[in-house]
Design a protein around this ligand. Structure first.
Ligand code: AMP
Length: 610
């Protein structure tokens, strides 16, 4: 498929206001791609979502705005520089429009990668080139990445440049979220369910205490997700295709790969999708928790599973029975930085398994340390042994998703916990776990957890299944203090005098949608970090600077910070409509992607003057 055709189609999708029409345009694009080849279909589906790699992959393009701006300037001609690109960005507001505003074809002859002007870009070529950009490493990789990107931009028409620029930064922003992709796959490749399908889905539902088939429609109690469903242009489900929606959603959860799901749907239909299972080495999204009171749990469930809530970082442990791989909550492969966890697990687990766990930093006397210490270990690329000596880690396994080639997602927590006990011969690796119906027992467990230096307790519905990526009401976190907010840094101000080269104030924003997040500011934060931490945060934010105006800097959403505050109030000062009173930065959440940041709906729930 020509990239030009793809780009034109995507621009039409972006301009389409109606939900149903959007689904049918996306579906039409998928059908055309599928008629060409499996590879084209899976690539087009990923591109529509703004990614080159499947969601489970830890590979990233690693192209920041600075490199992209330089490349666009280079392709735009000798009189254009990055500053010109940035000026236009301030006017147009998004990089696609900026790229489209130049005549990039003028520099075509300069590209080492173009053979002739009649050699058009194709989906395959863009995909291959972007993958080559991602794998460039070592000496000279920066200039290789620039050359490769230049090779694409210097051949791009205005529509191609618009879409290519967004794809390079992973920001497609065409109003196509998960629900739309799901519905487009259904409309393009899945036949309406037969009576048999509906009957077997019913049987499956009856067998589950928290049914998977209905979970996709009802379990997302986080208002942010329902908000997403409103803003995104998904096809409202009729009861006839809600079964198809459940099958496709489940396949997406289990494979974590939109491209693969579309291909399987096209080639093997509903039955093929139902057969997709978890795979060791292919991480899935973690099940999430929401804040609540213990009374909520006791009132809602027959019994409550109480676990310690550790203040560390989430890891998904994958083992084939011999070698062990570890993935962070963002699917980053963190095996190398955590060798003692790999050893610990490989000594204890000798069958294929996928486990959910928390890694905690501990002092020499075994007491838990702040979770920032764990993140130092996660990010470490060199001198890992030295780092291992300075920060010790413990791992607490609290769930298992797959054991001995069997997926356990549809089993209840009680059953999964039994499997976990069977898997580990000793309890030293497992998080403490008890089932109770008494609020007093929960209170005691919480006091105990807090006095042991942990964060509080997690309360889980013992009869619930494991729902990847869902912030449902089956897992509740029960922490003592005012809830902090995980917010995205979208702006900053340079400091004064001696600290004029370091950011001193940050604009922090909440997410409005999950699939294609937009961010609205809640306030400016200037306290909470030491000078060293400010230096480090400045360096981390520097590549994401979008534009500067005197002391004020606009920043690409890339870094999440945990923010404490005294209260949240309604306020006309910020476009979010809310403002934080006395905000302070509690920590930097390198383990969280911007799409994991807290939503405006959570902010609304926590607002004191409601
Ligand atoms: P939060 O990061 O505040 O949204 O809290 C949810 C996180 O708590 C999870 O993503 C885990 O990383 C962590 N956690 C700590 N202990 C547990 C536990 N026993 N069960 C589940 N998650 C836990």
């Amino acid at each position: 498929m020509k990239f030009e055709d793809f780009a034109e189609h995507v621009i039409t999708i972006e301009a389409e206001p109606a939900d149903l029409e959007t689904v049918s345009l996306v579906s039409e694009l998928f059908i055309r791609a599928g008629n060409e080849s499996e590879e084209t279909l899976s690539t087009v589906v990923r591109f529509v979502k703004g990614t080159v790699f499947p969601a489970w992959s830890s590979q990233t393009l690693d192209v920041g705005p600075a490199l992209l701006h330089e490349t666009i300037a280079q392709a735009a001609g000798p009189n254009i520089d990055s500053a010109d690109v940035e000026n236009r960005l301030a006017d147009y507001g998004e990089i696609g429009a900026v790229a489209a505003s130049y005549d990039l074809s003028g520099q075509r002859g300069l590209s080492a990668f173009t053979t002739s002007t009649s050699d058009p870009l194709t989906i395959t070529r863009v995909n291959d080139t972007l993958r080559a950009v991602a794998s460039a490493s070592g000496d000279g990789s920066e200039s290789r990445r620039r050359d490769l990107l230049f090779g694409l931009f210097s051949k791009a028409s205005s529509s191609e440049a618009r879409i290519l620029a967004r794809l390079t930064l992973g920001e497609m922003r065409i109003g196509v979220g998960t629900g739309t992709v799901r519905d487009a796959i259904i409309s393009g490749f899945i036949q309406p369910p037969t009576d048999n399908d509906i009957e077997s889905a019913k049987t499956h539902e009856d067998a589950q205490s928290a049914p998977v088939a209905s979970q996709s429609q009802t379990d997302n109690t986080d208002v942010s997700i329902s908000e997403d469903e409103q803003t995104e242009r998904s096809n409202p489900d009729s009861s006839a295709n809600s079964d198809s929606a459940a099958v496709v959603e489940r396949a997406l959860q289990v494979s974590n790969d939109y491209g693969m799901v579309a291909t399987v749907a096209r080639n093997q239909g509903r039955a093929g999708l139902a057969d997709i299972s978890l795979e060791v080495g292919r991480p899935i999204q973690a099940m999430l928790a929401q804040a609540a009171d213990s009374v909520d749990a006791v009132d809602t469930w027959d019994a409550v599973a109480v676990e310690t809530k550790f203040d560390g970082a989430r890891v998904q442990i994958h083992t084939d029975g011999e070698s062990v791989s570890l993935y962070s909550r963002n699917m980053e492969n963190v095996t190398d930085p955590l060798p003692e966890i790999v050893e610990f697990i490989s000594q204890r687990v000798t069958v294929p398994a996928i486990l959910d766990a928390e890694v905690v930093a501990v002092s020499d006397d075994g007491n838990p340390l702040a979770f920032q210490e764990v993140l130092r270990r996660f990010r470490r690329k060199y001198d890992i042994d030295a780092m291992r000596d300075s920060v010790s880690l413990n791992v607490y396994v609290f769930d298992c998703l797959h054991v001995d080639d069997t997926d356990l997602l549809d089993m209840s927590l009680r059953q999964r916990r039994d499997k976990l006990r069977g898997l580990f011969k000793t309890t030293d690796a497992l998080s403490p776990f008890q089932i109770t119906t008494e609020t007093d027992v929960i209170a005691q467990a919480r006091t105990q957890a807090l006095s042991n230096g942990h964060e509080g307790v997690m309360l889980k519905d013992p009869d619930s299944t494991y729902n990847p990526g869902s912030r449902g009401q089956h897992w509740l976190k029960h922490k003592p203090d005012v809830e902090t907010l995980d917010l995205v840094v979208t702006g900053a101000e340079w400091g004064e005098g001696r600290r004029a080269n370091v950011f001193g104030t940050f604009v922090v924003s909440a997410r409005t949608t999950a699939d294609e997040p937009q961010f609205e500011p809640l306030g400016k934060v200037a306290t909470g970090l030491t000078d060293d931490q400010l230096d480090a945060l400045t360096e981390q934010l520097r590549p994401h600077v979008r534009s500067e105006d005197g002391q004020t800097v606009m920043i690409e959403p890339a870094i999440v910070v945990e923010v404490g505050y005294e209260a949240i109030q309604r306020s006309p000062t910020y476009t979010s409509g809310f403002a934080l009173r006395f905000p302070r930065v509690v920590g930097i959440r390198h383990d969280k992607a911007v799409s994991d940041a807290d939503s405006l709906s959570r902010v609304r729930r926590l607002t004191t003057d409601e």
